[in-house]
Design a binder for this molecule. Structure first.
Ligand SMILES: [Zn+2]
Ligand SMILES: [Zn+2]
Length: 79
């Protein structure tokens, strides 16, 4: 089964996929949509289905987003 990268919209094949927060990304696409920093799968925040580093996330959506971020990290630990 081929998934589609939510960033570039192209198919992600098994050998190259990087799974994070329930979505499959290309390794090069899994980067912060604000500062383009490369992200580690499962160790980043997301907003509106796009990945962000926690620094940019808090800067843009915090501190009200903090609760949301905590939920995201809780979700990661369960996987
Ligand atoms: Zn991609
Ligand atoms: Zn960032």
């Amino acid at each position: 089964m081929v998934g589609y990268c939510p960033i570039c919209g192209k198919p992600v094949y098994f050998g190259e996929k990087k799974r994070s927060l329930g979505r499959d990304y290309h390794p090069l696409c899994l980067k912060c949509q604000k500062c383009n920093r490369q992200l580690t799968a499962g160790q980043h925040a997301e907003y509106d289905e796009k990945p962000y580093c926690s620094h940019c996330y808090l800067k843009m959506f915090g501190p009200r987003g903090t609760a949301c971020l905590t939920r995201t990290y809780t979700h990661i630990e369960k996987e």
